[in-house]
Design a protein. Structure first.
Length: 311
């Protein structure tokens, strides 16, 4: 287990209270900058129906109004699992990441795959599995792919608590609406970046926290290697990583990289070795794999590049 994880595991829950409105405002402002940029998709993500924008106007964040009693206790347990995933569920986690390594600000940050409103988005058809997935299915995909671990029983107490936390973050978001910064952008670049430049960007901007070999440190989790996310994770796709990095990294100087630097460093990171995922070749069974999928898929033969950056 990495030191980063150990340290984060003992962060007191009370520290979770953050100046969320200020952060959100900052992000909204900076988000516009990116949306003006033609190289990023989802430019329309902010054109929200009124109901969802009011949910956005007063973000309560992860700590907002957790009720007392058994429901509140379940929400808090769910949040604790997201923050200290391996300590909570050692048998289900195979690497040094935790859920909030990627779902930043306890899952409430726009443009970092926020869980805000996630209950209103499932069940959902997902092209990667070729199936309609429940929110529990989706959580288990991240356990297997992003945490290099194994699925939780969908009717067990841990899943119940996780879903309680997701529901807490979804209050007030009507089914069928979009929230600001939902999901993750997929960078619309013509081609994979320059990995040699990406290596230089990593050394200059990322290694001080993520380690010179992407192995992680007390300051940040690994970005590749044995303790990182699997090749089958969304984050193993360079377009996804580029968007995540462009919006969120370096952690203390967000929005400071150019689009090209983000694309280059993402191309470099996703070219590095990482844990495999069994059965990955069965992904996108209908043959619409995105062009940045990190592996060949059976269903994809012939049409692999047909629909760039579709997920
Ligand atoms: C390595 C980074 C990473 C880690 C760690 C990770 N996830 Fe994810 N997660 C992603 C990405 C990327 C997506 C895809 C966002 C999209 O669909 O556009 C995602 C999507 C999701 C979604 C669906 C969100 C939506 O709006 O549809 C849920 C729920 C989720 N993750 C839960 C979890 C849970 C629970 C954990 C811990 C067990 C976890 N994730 C760990 C990267 C990660
Ligand atoms: C100041 C420290 C710092 C710097 C510099 C930094 N990061 Fe991070 N990064 C973090 C932290 C902290 C997290 C995880 C958040 C958490 O666990 O709370 C993270 C998460 C990530 C993740 C998702 C989780 C993972 O490890 O796979 C990626 C990918 C990532 N950073 C890439 C980068 C890239 C690329 C750069 C350079 C452009 C960079 N980071 C610079 C601190 C940093």
């Amino acid at each position: 287990m990495s030191l980063a994880l150990r340290r984060s595991a003992i962060v007191p829950l009370a520290r979770a209270v953050r100046p969320v409105p200020a952060v959100a405002a900052l992000l909204l402002a900076s988000g516009c900058k990116i949306q003006d940029d033609a190289s990023f998709r989802r430019a329309t993500a902010d054109r929200l129906p009124a109901a969802a924008s009011s949910a956005r106007a007063e973000p309560e964040g992860a700590e907002g109004a957790i009720p007392e009693g058994p429901m509140g206790a379940s929400i808090r347990r769910g949040r604790a699992i997201m923050l200290a995933t391996r300590d909570s569920l050692p048998r289900n986690v195979g690497n040094a990441l935790r859920c909030v390594s990627c779902h930043l600000d306890e899952g409430s940050r726009p443009y970092a795959m926020p869980w805000t409103g996630v209950m209103a988005r499932y069940p959902q058809y997902r092209s990667r599995s070729g199936q309609v997935e429940t929110v529990e299915d989706r959580v288990n995909e991240c356990f297997r792919r992003s945490l290099a671990g194994s699925a939780l029983p969908v009717d067990g107490p841990a899943m119940r608590d996780i879903v309680a936390y997701l529901a807490h973050l979804s209050r007030g978001v009507p089914v069928g609406t979009r929230v600001t910064g939902q999901g993750i952008d997929s960078v619309k670049a013509a081609a994979r970046g320059d990995t040699a430049n990406g290596r230089a960007v990593f050394a200059a901007q990322c290694a001080r926290c993520h380690g010179p070999n992407g192995e992680g440190s007390v300051l940040a989790p690994p970005t590749w290697g044995r303790k990182s996310f699997t090749i089958g994770a969304g984050m193993a796709r360079w377009r996804v990583t580029a968007a995540f990095v462009r919006h969120n990294m370096p952690n203390d100087r967000r929005e400071s990289l150019s689009d090209q630097e983000a694309i280059d460093v993402a191309s470099y990171i996703t070219s590095r070795p990482r844990p495999d995922l069994r059965g990955k070749e069965l992904d996108w069974p209908r043959g619409n794999a995105p062009d940045d999928a990190a592996y060949a898929t059976k269903g994809a033969s012939g049409s692999r590049n047909a629909r760039a950056s579709r997920r």
